[in-house]
Ligand binder design. Sequence first.
Ligand SMILES: Nc1nc2c(ncn2[C@@H]2O[C@H](COP(=O)(O)OP(=O)(O)OP(=O)(O)O)[C@@H](O)[C@H]2O)c(=O)[nH]1
Ligand SMILES: [Mg+2]
Length: 250
Amino acid sequence: MDFVRSPEWPVVPIGGLAGNSATARYSTAPGTPGAVGRATPPPAGPPPPYRPPAGTGPTNRPPAAPPVPVKILVAGGFGVGKTTTVGAISEIAPLTTEAEMTSAGIGVDDPGVRSTKTTTTVAMDFGCVTIDRSLKLYLFGTPGQARFGFMWDDLARGALGALVVVDSARLDDCFPAIDFFERAGLPFVVGVNAFDGRLALELGEIRWALAIGDHVPLVQFDARDRLSVRDALLVVLDRALDRATRDRKA
Ligand SMILES: Nc1nc2c(ncn2[C@@H]2O[C@H](COP(=O)(O)OP(=O)(O)OP(=O)(O)O)[C@@H](O)[C@H]2O)c(=O)[nH]1
Ligand SMILES: [Mg+2]
């Protein structure tokens, strides 16, 4: 019978026979002291008390406080991008209440000629986003049509501020939202949703047309872009904190 050898088992180990010696493998020659057993005898006396590795044991620090919840409204006229705004930033799957738009809405609900919109919010949108360890925003999107206006009072309860989303091509649709927050005395920021990255008017013209005071921030943002929405919400937060600080001083 012929001698058969598996190709993956070389006859001579890699590095030659010397490479397979105890010295090469364990760095000690066979028979030398220390090759077997303990190199140094244990110290006399009882073993030291157990200490967990640094950073793993219990600490005296109090447990971290949960982030402060802040309620923010995302409001505005019909089809301006409120649901899109909440969905773009929410860290949870947003709660939406979208219903199919039917022919009954033709002539009543006008989302603009460019819109491919097929659904509309019939109650509210809900999402949340953690700003940092101390602050978490809870976002409530309002319905857009005037006939759902009665819900705004309830949605606004407890809110610290609002982002009023505006379509620059349909400015008149956002007047009720601006009136609402001015009357409610709630800090708000006007966010012009740049549909397709373009505004129909300059920001200065929009401010003039909406007749909002200089104290009301007016920002351009993209409702589909998370970072853009985040920046707009930070302006709302800034304004809300500003108001809260002033109220506390007064
Ligand atoms: N091209 C473009 N489309 C957008 C933008 N924002 C929203 N849309 C689209 O515009 C339509 C309206 O968006 P929604 O977020 O449903 O608007 P809404 O304000 O919640 O509408 P209602 O709740 O019905 O009042 C949807 O088809 C979106 O996909 C945008 O910035 N650019
Ligand atoms: Mg909506």
